[in-house]
Write a protein that binds this ligand. Structure first.
Ligand code: ADP
Ligand code: ADP
Length: 227
C-alpha cells in the first residue's frame, strides 16, 4: 500500500497545494485522484516519489517511510507514467523501455528480451522496438510509456493523466488494455485524472480532492456515484 498521513505541501510562494491529506492506496489496486484543476493532484502524486518534498506529514511505501530511504533506490520501485509519455527522442522504443533496467545494471540481453515482451503486452508489434518516438502516434507513444514504467517490474506505479493526451476512442482502447494488464500484474497504483468517467472506469478506489488539496470524499466508484 501507499499511505499518506497528514501530508501538507506549501510551496515557497505560500500556496498550500495540499492541506493535511490522509488516505491509503491499497496494495494491488488502482486509486484514482480526481478533482478540479489546481486542487493538488499532481503535487500529491509527485510527493510519493519525492519529485516534490512534502512540508510535513508522512508517506509510506509499504512499511517504508519514503523520506527515510535512499531516493534512487526508492524510485526504482515506482513506475512513473506522465501525459505525452516523455520518451527520450533520440532513443529507439526498445532502448526507451530498457532505460531503467540498464540503470539497474540488468544484463543487456535479458533487458531487451523482456522489453520486447512488454512492447507486445501493451499492444504494439515487436518490430516497433526499432522505431523512434517521433515515428509513433500519440497513443502508441503512451503505450511505450506504460511499457517503460513496467520494465523494472516495480510494485508501485504513479500515473499522471496517462491517457488524456489522446483522442477519446484511443483513450478508451488504452484504458481497456491497461485494465487487462493490471488484472494480471496487480500493481499498487495512484493515478491522477481530471476525467470523472476515467476515474469511475479505472478506479478500485476514488479519492476526490477539493481546492487546497483537501480530501472531499473517498470510496469505491459505486460509493462515489451514490453520493
Ligand atoms: P492539479 O494537479 O490538481 O491541477 P497542482 O498540484 O498542479 O494541481 O497544483 C496545486 C496548486 O499548487 C495550484 O494552486 C498550483 O498553482 C500550485 N502550484 C503547483 N506547483 C507549484 C509551484 N511549483 N510553485 C507554486 N505553486 C505551485
Ligand atoms: P499539470 O497540472 O498538467 O501538471 P501545470 O501546467 O499545472 O501542469 O504545471 C506545470 C508545471 O508548472 C508543474 O511542474 C507545476 O509544479 C508548475 N506550476 C504549476 N502552477 C505553478 C505556479 N503557480 N507557480 C509555479 N509553478 C507552477
Amino acid at each position: 500500500m501507499i499511505e499518506f498521513k497528514n501530508v501538507v505541501k506549501t510551496y515557497d510562494n505560500g500556496t498550500t497545494a495540499v492541506a493535511d491529506l490522509s488516505f491509503t492506496a491499497p496494495t494491488g489496486k488502482i486509486t484514482v485522484l480526481v478533482g478540479p484543476s489546481g486542487c493538488g493532484k499532481t503535487t500529491t502524486l509527485r510527493m510519493v516519489n519525492r519529485l516534490i518534498e512534502q512540508t510535513s506529514g508522512t508517506i509510506l511505501l509499504g512499511d517504508e517511510d519514503n523520506a527515510a530511504v535512499d531516493t534512487i533506490k526508492m524510485r526504482r520501485k515506482i513506475g512513473y507514467v506522465i501525459q505525452n509519455a516523455g520518451l527520450f527522442p533520440h532513443q529507439t522504443v526498445l532502448d526507451n523501455v530498457c532505460a531503467v533496467p540498464y540503470l539497474n545494471g540488468t544484463d543487456k540481453h535479458a533487458a531487451r528480451t523482456r522489453a520486447a515482451d512488454l512492447i507486445e503486452l501493451v499492444g504494439l508489434d515487436r518490430d516497433y522496438g526499432s522505431r523512434y518516438p517521433w515515428q509513433l502516434s500519440g497513443g502508441q507513444q503512451q503505450r511505450v510509456g506504460v511499457a517503460r514504467a513496467l520494465a523494472a517490474d516495480p510494485p508501485f506505479m504513479l500515473m499522471d493523466e496517462p491517457f488524456s493526451a489522446v483522442d477519446p476512442i484511443v483513450r478508451k482502447q488504452l484504458q481497456a488494455e491497461f485494465l487487462r494488464i493490471q488484472a494480471d500484474l496487480a500493481k499498487t497504483i495512484i493515478m491522477v485524472t481530471h476525467d470523472i468517467d476515467e476515474a469511475l472506469r479505472l478506479g478500485d478506489q476514488i479519492v476526490v480532492l477539493k481546492e487546497g488539496g483537501v480530501l472531499a470524499q473517498i470510496g469505491s466508484p459505486a460509493e462515489i456515484l451514490a453520493s
